[in-house]
Design a protein around this ligand. Structure first.
Ligand code: GN1
Ligand code: MG
Length: 360
């Protein structure tokens, strides 16, 4: 039997009484609830996915360091959610079922969007993730543990994919053999950023690594407050953050859109996001990094599409799914988005070059 949520909450706040509990957000990894209390304060309670994260104490210690670093050190960051400690002084609670829980404050009035509906929002999101980059510019990567090693490493993702194709645990390979060919035909191009990184042409930075648009908190006037979901803050290339944000922040449809005719890259949103992002980062982005920014959305859309397809082959062991074909549906939507980015890559490159020129 699962442990009651009010008991979990009492480990962090023994004297506060809960008045409501609701399932919250659209994350694919953890189980998230919003809790309200008598005194009107609200909280975010999460059951941490222990299949995905094998060392939760270390994960939590990273997050504490990241939040401490972000708090109060930049004029654009008004407030980060606070992370609470248990009576035992830990930022997580381990229950009798072996599940780990954590509690954050809910920032009153904050909202998230799964998709960007206008250029103003895209600009704000770009500013938020650009500010994140700026804040961690001088942060030593050695202070953070790598929570999910090789997370956006394309060769790692391809290797895991090929293992799933070979093992074929759900007998789904035959059904998707054209999709497997699609992946294999694109491998070479997708290795470019990794190769430049390995050659020392592109620097490792601290990156967020999960820059979905629903990981930005907005206020009621649609101004970005801060970025959340800090589980994957680790060393990475700037392209990982830029690319993944465009994947959800400049797409014309949801991540799992069924009607593929609705899915394309929206160049107006791309322009607005890029402007917001580059305004914050232009002072330290190198020319080599800048030259690959237009391509980064293709890489990250490919990587995450590949992860959805791999998870489909594995029987949906990683991402939460709403139905049997959900991961496959996500794959098709992301593949469509990738094709649209390829079709518009010259325009995307020109947009970056133009903003670069204007800001320098
Ligand atoms: C997961 O938890 P959420 O939904 O913010 C995933 C990301 C994927 C994303 C796809 C730790 O993020 O890497 O890009 O789903 N997070 C992890 O929507 O794997
Ligand atoms: Mg999230």
């Amino acid at each position: 039997m699962s442990v009651p949520l009010d008991f979990i909450f009492s480990q962090f706040h023994p004297n506060l009484k809960l008045i409501s509990i609701e399932a919250f957000g659209n994350g694919h990894i953890h189980v998230t609830y919003k809790l309200s209390t008598q005194n009107e304060a609200s909280f975010i309670l999460q059951k941490i996915n222990r299949v995905v994260f094998s060392n939760i104490p270390v994960l939590q210690s990273n997050i504490e360091k990241v939040i401490d670093h972000m708090n109060g050190q930049h004029p654009n960051v008004i407030n980060m959610p606070k992370i609470f400690k248990t009576k035992a002084g830990k930022s997580y609670f381990l229950d009798n079922d072996g599940d780990y829980w954590r509690l954050f404050s809910f920032i009153p009035g904050s909202i998230t969007y799964d998709r960007v509906l206008d250029a103003g929002l895209a600009y704000e999101a770009g500013k938020a993730y650009g500010t994140f980059q700026e804040m961690f510019r001088d942060f030593s990567p050695t202070l953070l543990h790598e929570t999910l090693p090789n997370f956006h490493h394309i060769d790692n993702r391809l290797q895991l994919f090929e293992i799933s194709v070979l093992n074929n645990p759900m007998n789904r390979v035959e059904e998707v053999k054209n999709e497997i060919e699609f992946v294999r035909s694109r491998v070479r191009r997708m290795q470019r950023i990794m190769l430049k990184g390995q050659a020392g042409l592109i620097p490792l930075r601290i990156t967020h690594n999960d820059t979905k648009i629903n990981n930005v908190l907005f206020d009621k006037d649609d101004k970005a407050i801060c970025v959340i979901d800090l589980d994957t803050v680790m060393p990475g290339y700037i392209h990982y953050d830029f690319g993944d944000a465009i994947r959800t922040g400049a797409a014309s449809a949801d991540e799992d859109e069924i009607d593929l005719s609705k899915m394309c890259i929206d160049l107006k949103l791309f322009e607005a996001y890029s402007r917001g992002f580059l305004e914050q980062t232009i002072d330290f982005v190198s020319q080599e990094e800048m030259d690959e920014l237009y391509f980064a959305p293709q890489l990250l859309t490919f990587i995450i599409a590949l992860r959805f397809l791999t998870d489909y082959l594995n029987g949906d062991a990683y991402f939460k799914v709403d139905h049997e074909n959900h991961n496959l549906q996500r794959w098709y939507a992301q593949k469509q988005l990738l094709l649209s980015m390829v079709a518009h890559e010259v325009e995307m490159q020109q947009i970056i070059q133009q903003i670069d020129k204007q800001l320098k």
